[in-house]
Ligand binder design. Sequence first.
Ligand code: CAA
Length: 408
Amino acid sequence: MKFGIESINFYTPHYYLDLEALAQERGLDPQKYLRGLGQEKMAVPPPDEDVVTMGANAAYRALENIERSSIDTIMFATESSIDQSKAAAIYVHKLLGLPTTCKAFEIKQACCSSTTGLQIAQALVTQNPTQKILLVASDIARYGFNTAGEPSQGAGAIAIVLSAQPCLLAFNGESGSYTEDVMDFWRPNYRDEALVDGKYSIKIYLKALAESWKHYVKESGARFEDFYRFCYHLPFTRMAEKAHTHLAKINKSTLTPTEQYQQVADSLKFNPITGNCYTASLYEGILSLMIESKEDLSEKRVGLFSYGSGCMATFFSGTFLPHYKRWLQGEAHHHMFATRKSLIYREYENFYTHKLPSDGEDYVTAKHETGLFRIAGIKEHKRIYETCPIAPPQRPPLQQTKSITKWP
Ligand code: CAA
C-alpha cells in the first residue's frame, strides 16, 4: 500500500519586509542577511491574520479538487498556538465546512510536529486505507526587534492531503529519530517571542541530523548515494546548505560542492522570500523543489530532515510519483509571491507590535489585505473569524490598529 501526498498548498501573508530595509535600519551590511543567512524578505502577517486564517487559506486551495466530505481527520501542527485548550484545527474545520464526523486536533513539538502528524496519518491510513487526512502546519516566527533572530522571522502555512492514493510524493516506510532535552529555542507561555541560543541551536540541529540519519540508516539500510535530492527544515536558507554539507561529509561523499548544492538548490527557492515558517518550513521546501525543478523527478528519491528545537528530529524519505507536475499549482504560488506588498520599516513595526487584547476585551480588527479568511476580532473572549469576498479587496491604506472598538 502506498501512502503519501495527494494534494499540497502553501500560503503566506500578503505583506513582507525587505531585509535590505531591515539591515539599513539596524545599521548592518545587508550582505549579512542576503548572503550570510540566505534570506531576502520576511513575511509579516497583518493584524487580521493568525495561524488559523493562514492554515485555512492553505487548506482551502489544497482541497479544491477533493471532496470535503471525504476528509476523516484534520490535524493542526503549530508552535504559535492561540488557545491552551481548543485546537486550532476546529476553527479551520468550521471555516472549510468539513463534515462533523471528521476528527480535529492540534499537535506540538516545535517545528517537528508537522512530521509527527504525518507519521500519525500514516498509521491511520495503514489501519484503514480509505482514510484521507488533512494535515495543516501554520506558524508565525517571532524573535523580537533588534535581536539576532529578527532577520530569520517569517510566516506561512502548508496544507497537505495525505492518503493511500498519493499522486505527488509517496513516503517510504522507515524513519530515524533523535530526541534530547536541550534549551536551544523555546517559548514560555507568558511570552509572544521565542527565546533562542542561536549558535547553540545550529550545533544541536547538526548533531540531531547526524544522529537521526544514523538511526535511519540502521532502520532502512539506505545509503547517501540512494538519494537524488534532499530537503531540510529551513529556519533560514543557509542552514540547509550547512546541513547538507555536514551530511555529505559524514558519508564521505565524493560529490563536488557544486553537485552537493544541486541536491538542495530547488528546495531553497521559497524560504528566502518568506522566512522561517517553523512547522511548515520543511514542506515549503518540498513544494519548492517540486515546483521549481526543471527536471522531471518522477521515481527519484528524496531524503527529508525535520528538526524541532528542544529537541526532536526525524530523518525519513519519499519518492516522487509519475506525472506529479500535473497536480502542482505552480502558477498560483508564483502569483501569490509576486503580488505581495512590501512594507516600509515603520509599517512592519506597526504590524509586529499589534496584539489582540489579552484580557478578552471586545475588539474589532482593522481590515487589511488577506486571503479568503480573516480574524474579525474578539467578542466575549472568543476569536471571531470571517470569510472575505472571493476576490481579495484592493489594499486599503494602512490603518492604525490600536483602537479598541465595541462590537455593535
Ligand atoms: N557579508 C556576508 N556574510 C556575512 C556578513 C557580511 N557582511 N556578516 C556576517 N556574515 C555571515 C557570517 O559569517 C555567518 O555565516 P556562517 O554561519 O557561514 O559563518 C552568517 O552571516 C550569520 O552571521 P552571524 O553568525 O554573526 O549572525 P548572528 O549571530 O547575528 O545570528 C543566527 C545568526 C544565530 C542564525 C540568528 O539569526 C538566530 O538566532 N536565528 C534564530 C535561531 C535559528 O534559526 N537557529 C537555527 C537552528 S534551530 C532550528 O532550526 C529551529 C527553528 O526553526 C528556530
